[in-house]
Design a protein around this ligand. Structure first.
Ligand SMILES: *Cc1c(COP(=O)(O)O)cnc(C)c1O
Length: 333
């Protein structure tokens, strides 16, 4: 099937820019590094969830949904973009927030993404870490139905075969930009979390005949668990797209060495990366995802794990709103 055969609602500003990072590349002295600016997708300050939500919300509309239900951490960028999309499409939004961080400060609990969730008027339900969110979302869906509404559940990060189509689309867009800008890349680097982005990229590349390797830098769970997440979703997405078998477990490469103490917990390398990109390129990266993924990419460059003659494209998945939630823990000296 073609991407245009799936229900889709326009939410993102596309195409997002593809830009070189000359000052960062010079500073690191290794390969030429470029960035694909999915922080510029536009919806409520943008980010990678917007591409996925074009397909999730497209299906929700087709099913006549009145209320979107989804889940994420207190500082979830996915939740913020979903709440905004629901407003734009005239739907209600029920949000389950997971307290994934121990002893969060006031900024973490009230600023950044969650401040915007409240601005969008989403109904927020808070849960401790590790709650049974599938059961909790099903029970909220029952309540919505009992009130006469039509619920539509979007899993965390919009990471199912529907949402992952957004990153199949991102690949089509990138390959066209490579053509137009007369550039090609040897390596794709992205943060790998709930896995829809990483899986969608891998499927998109292989389905279009590209063998460009994708390196996913894990931000939450341990290596084997993350690999399984991405592989399972990539296989599911390839089948949904009508390209079963285009992607194999060998296509999925994950490095989980840059997580530090845990999901959403700052690391020195993340802090260094966020400050470096701000001061060399004027770009905003985030403490939870892109900062850790960048820290991984920078470490690979410093260790000579990319050849200096190569060109690398880093997917900027957004998240800068989260900086405000970490304003009291970042070291900006
Ligand atoms: C959700 C998110 C990611 C990870 O994408 P997944 O599809 O969940 O793996 C990376 N960066 C940012 C800023 C995000 O919000």
């Amino acid at each position: 099937m073609l991407l245009s055969d799936f229900p889709r609602v326009p939410l993102a500003h596309l195409p997002t820019p593809l830009e070189p990072l000359p000052r960062l590349s010079e500073h690191l002295g290794g390969p030429e590094i470029w960035v694909k600016r999915d922080d510029c997708t536009g919806l409520a300050t943008g980010g990678n969830k917007t591409r996925k939500l074009e397909f999730s919300m497209g299906q929700a509309l087709e099913e006549g949904a009145t209320t979107i239900i989804t889940v994420g951490a207190v500082q979830s960028n996915h939740v913020r973009q979903t709440a905004a999309a629901a407003c734009k499409l005239g739907m209600d939004c029920e949000i389950l927030l997971e307290h994934r961080i121990a002893d969060p400060g006031d900024l973490y609990r009230n600023s950044g993404n969650v401040l915007l969730d409240r601005l969008f008027g989403a109904t927020l339900h808070e849960y401790p870490k590790g709650a049974d969110f599938d059961a909790a979302m099903a029970s909220i869906a029952d309540e919505v139905s009992a009130r006469g509404g039509v619920p539509y559940i979007i899993p965390g990060g919009a990471s199912n075969k529907v949402g992952a189509l957004g990153y199949v689309g991102c690949v089509e867009e990138l390959l066209q930009q490579c053509d137009e800008q007369d550039v090609s890349f040897d390596h794709f680097v992205t943060a790998s979390g709930s896995a829809g982005t990483h899986a969608g990229l891998a499927v998109g590349l292989r389905a279009s005949g590209s063998d460009m390797p994708v390196l996913g830098i894990g931000v939450g769970v341990p290596h084997d668990e993350q690999v399984k997440r991405v592989v399972d979703l990539a296989i599911d997405t390839a089948g949904y797209l009508g390209k079963p078998g285009c992607v194999t477990p060998d296509d999925i490469v994950v490095d989980c060495s840059y997580i530090g103490p845990g999901y959403g917990q700052p690391t020195d390398a993340m802090n260094e990366a966020v400050v470096l990109l701000a001061r060399t390129e004027g770009l905003l990266f985030d403490p939870v995802y892109t900062g850790k993924a960048l820290a991984g990419m920078i470490d690979y460059v410093r260790k000579g794990r990319f050849d200096s003659s190569q060109k690398i494209v880093f997917l900027h998945t957004g998240g800068a709103v989260g900086l405000f939630a970490y304003g009291d823990v970042l070291d900006l000296e």
